[in-house]
Design a protein around this ligand. Sequence first.
Ligand SMILES: [Fe+2]
Ligand SMILES: [Fe+2]
Length: 165
Amino acid sequence: MSFGFQQRIEAEMENVNSAWDEAFYESIRDIAEHPVVLRMKLYPHHGNSSCYDHCLNVAYYNYQVCRKFNLDAVSAARGGMLHDLFLYDWHTHTAKTGDHFHGLTHPKAALKNAAKFFKLNRIEKDVIKNHMWPVTVLSIPRTKEGWVTTFVDKYCGAFETSRRR
Ligand SMILES: [Fe+2]
Ligand SMILES: [Fe+2]
């Protein structure tokens, strides 16, 4: 993906249309209020935000950016809300399980969890499975919404970490 694409995403993230907020929330309500998804509130993610807060941020900006780009904003939002549904504290996960590859393995874990509880379309699966590219070298997004997510996820992560108190 070109540098220009990345810059446009960044610009759109700073210029959200709050008139779309209600439509955004309605598009993810069943996911955002599902008991399994709510469990993400128990796990810290970046800085002071929980995994739930992080997923809600990614869903929100995915929706905003994709709607501005005339992409499938609803699928991008729904995939975003589920993209880190791995349900453990990754800060202590390695010590507990010996899994040193959380960065590489969690997208597949999230996809497996998400597929258990929700019917996922092709774009939603792509958003979840390939969001860690380029860390996961061979797991490359196949959809534009998937590409948007790789950037939105990184910006949200950086923003959440910088607000750590
Ligand atoms: Fe992730
Ligand atoms: Fe993430």
